[in-house]
Design a protein around this ligand. Structure first.
Ligand SMILES: C[S@@+](CC[C@H](N)C(=O)[O-])C[C@H]1O[C@@H](n2cnc3c(N)ncnc32)[C@H](O)[C@@H]1O
Length: 278
């Protein structure tokens, strides 16, 4: 799949009309896209640079860009709620998803996070995505295959319960584990067994009780360093002269993130010390 360069057959291209409406097509030689403003021939697009303009037979102009990963995630079919791009970005950086990493996630849901993980680990990394529901796994597989134009060789989507995953299933411990499910605290023991010492465990939970249960379970196990909890808030701005101001609407809450690092075997976490009050 090409991420840059002139348009080629197989590219997923977003066309934007004068009213800022988006249409997405997959380029094929000889293909035709029918709009209410007349036909657009794919052959007129193939070979153009991104950011070019194509005209329909009735003369209407459409701006052309490749579909970005965020466009795909926000428009693809969903079986389960997806991890939004603002949170996927946090997971990639705060979870330290590095090129070559072996990453385990559950549940795979609609495959949104799987795609970001696959891009971050690169061809030398591996992503194992467990999903307990067959119908959700099918959404994830279809969405990932569609985005990459085929099944990535280093992606291992599997139908199954995260709680039953073994080291043998993974061919050894993994570097990072990301849990996006309703009750992740039931699986912290499993995560500890599958994670390499120093590895990062991250969970994504929507409500305060879920957050509390997750933090308390991690602390109680005494095999992780002190966990951290946070959320990210992203607010767009309208920038128009003297009317410049924040947008009225935002996705104020998606979920909380928790991260913790696995300690070496046999080590208990040092007791956190607070500064003495004067
Ligand atoms: C919110 S969705 C995950 C969305 C996904 N992260 C994405 O970005 O598209 C949660 C998923 O976890 C799955 N799930 C719940 N418990 C599970 C378990 N024990 N093992 C594997 N998957 C599980 C659910 O079936 C559901 O599809």
């Amino acid at each position: 799949m090409a991420y840059s360069g002139p348009f080629q057959p197989g590219d997923r291209v977003q066309l934007t009309d004068a009213k800022r409406r988006h249409f997405t097509i997959v380029l094929t030689e000889g293909g035709v896209f029918h709009t209410h403003k007349g036909q657009i021939f794919h052959d007129d697009i193939i070979g153009l640079d991104e950011g070019s303009v194509v005209r329909s037979v009735q003369g209407s102009e459409f701006l052309l860009f490749r579909h970005l990963l965020v466009d795909h995630v926000l428009s693809m079919p969903r079986g389960a709620a997806v991890i939004y791009p603002k949170d996927a970005a946090q997971i990639l950086v705060e979870g330290d998803i590095f090129p070559g990493a072996r990453v385990l996630e559950a549940g795979a849901g609609s495959g949104a996070l799987s795609m970001s993980l696959l891009r971050a680990v690169g061809e030398k990394g591996e992503v194992f995505s467990y999903e307990i529901r067959k119908d959700h796994l099918e959404y994830a597989e279809n969405n990932v295959d569609e985005y990459f134009g085929g099944r990535p060789a280093n992606w291992h989507p599997r139908l199954g319960d995260f709680g039953e995953v073994t080291l043998e299933d993974l061919g050894g411990p993994v570097d990072r584990i990301i849990l996006d499910m309703v009750e992740p605290w039931h699986f912290m023991d499993t995560a500890r067994n599958l994670l390499i010492p120093g590895g990062v465990l991250m969970t994504y939970v929507a409500t305060v009780p879920q957050l509390m249960n997750t933090m308390e379970t991690i602390r109680g196990l005494k095999c992780f360093a002190e966990p951290r909890a946070w959320e990210s808030l992203v607010r767009d701005w309208r920038v128009e002269g003297l009317a410049t101001r924040p947008e009225h609407r935002m996705n104020a809450h998606t979920a909380f993130l928790v991260s913790a690092r696995r300690l070496a075997d046999g080590v208990t976490p040092p007791r956190p010390q607070r500064k003495a009050r004067r």
